[in-house]
Design a protein around this ligand. Structure first.
Ligand code: SF4
Length: 292
């Protein structure tokens, strides 16, 4: 079965991408590594119909924004910074193009989404990824008059379930794009990605659990605790959204409760940071979504 693992037909190098294509750069180490490999496969310059995008939720860490900017600058590649504007209207009205300096840093796109949906996302209804990232990238491609394209995402060979789920959608054919996972096709694992970054003279200045939205509700509670302990105030935006909606992102606890716990017992979770939250292994925006 052709599951989309060979973008560009029979090209032997999975990192050689034939357009039209969108390369989804999440701002994490894995998708950055994928971008670097793709650039290498193309002699450093992508075809005009191969676009690299970064969808900013407004709740990215400053380190992530700097990393995206640094990759683009050092590797001389255009990265389109995009932000959600609204859910309705024509596709060109639903997102806007920004840049490193003008990117929102106060959660505006995310808050707008919550306000239009009139509810908070949660681990079961994770519409933030879909609306703030996947559909924004889709609208960007439609705005460039592409009807069909290849979506190149940074899922590794050690993420077989996510790869199977993403490539399975190619068979269903419900979306405007076919997904390609060159890292999986090239059998790249997390170990390879870590080795690559260890050999570079720049890197993302965050621990793995600190990536994606700063206090994403998919992060396990001890990690949220650590985020607030090391960067006090980070959880406040999330607590404010909960207070405004009178509900919580997770059924088990609210962010105000975590903030309070940090204030009362800052050493409570010492050594407990590595509880399972496998969702956070993946870079957000790479592997889920039902946008059509
Ligand atoms: S990182 Fe978390 S909060 Fe942010 S868009 Fe992704 S799932 Fe939603």
């Amino acid at each position: 079965m052709d599951n989309g693992q060979t973008p560009g037909g029979n090209a032997p190098d999975p990192f050689f991408i034939t357009g039209p294509a969108l390369i989804s750069f999440s701002g994490g180490r894995t998708s950055a590594y994928m971008l670097w490999r793709i650039l290498q496969a193309h002699g450093g310059t992508l075809a005009d119909d191969v676009h690299v995008t970064f969808a900013n939720t407004g709740k990215e860490r400053e380190e992530t924004l700097r990393f995206v900017h640094e990759c683009a600058t050092r590797w001389n590649v255009v990265v389109h910074w995009l932000e959600f504007v609204q859910r309705t209207g024509q596709h060109w009205e639903r997102f806007k193009a920004v840049g490193y300096n003008s990117a929102d840093r106060i959660g505006t796109p995310f808050a707008k989404l919550i306000s239009t949906k009139k509810m908070l996302p949660n681990p079961v209804m994770r519409f933030c990824t879909d609306e703030l990232k996947i559909k924004v990238m889709r609208d960007f491609m439609r705005d460039r008059d592409y009807d069909r394209w290849t979506n190149v995402i940074g899922l590794r060979h050690d993420e077989p379930t996510r790869v199977a789920r993403s490539l399975g959608r190619n068979v269903l054919g419900k979306e405007r794009w076919r997904t390609a996972c060159p890292l999986d096709a090239a059998k790249i694992t997390n170990r390879d990605v870590r080795a690559f970054w260890a050999a570079q003279d720049f890197d993302l200045q965050l621990l793995p659990f600190e990536g994606n939205c700063d206090a994403c509700f998919l992060k396990a509670r001890p990690k949220l605790f650590e985020v607030e302990r090391t960067a006090p105030g980070t959880l406040q935006w999330w607590a404010d959204q909960e207070a405004a909606k009178g509900s919580t992102f997770r059924s088990e606890y609210g962010y105000a409760e975590v903030i309070d716990a940090v204030r009362r017992q800052p050493d409570m979770f010492a050594g407990g940071l590595f509880d399972d939250d496998p969702e956070m292994d993946a870079e957000c925006g790479t592997w889920c979504g039902e946008a059509a």
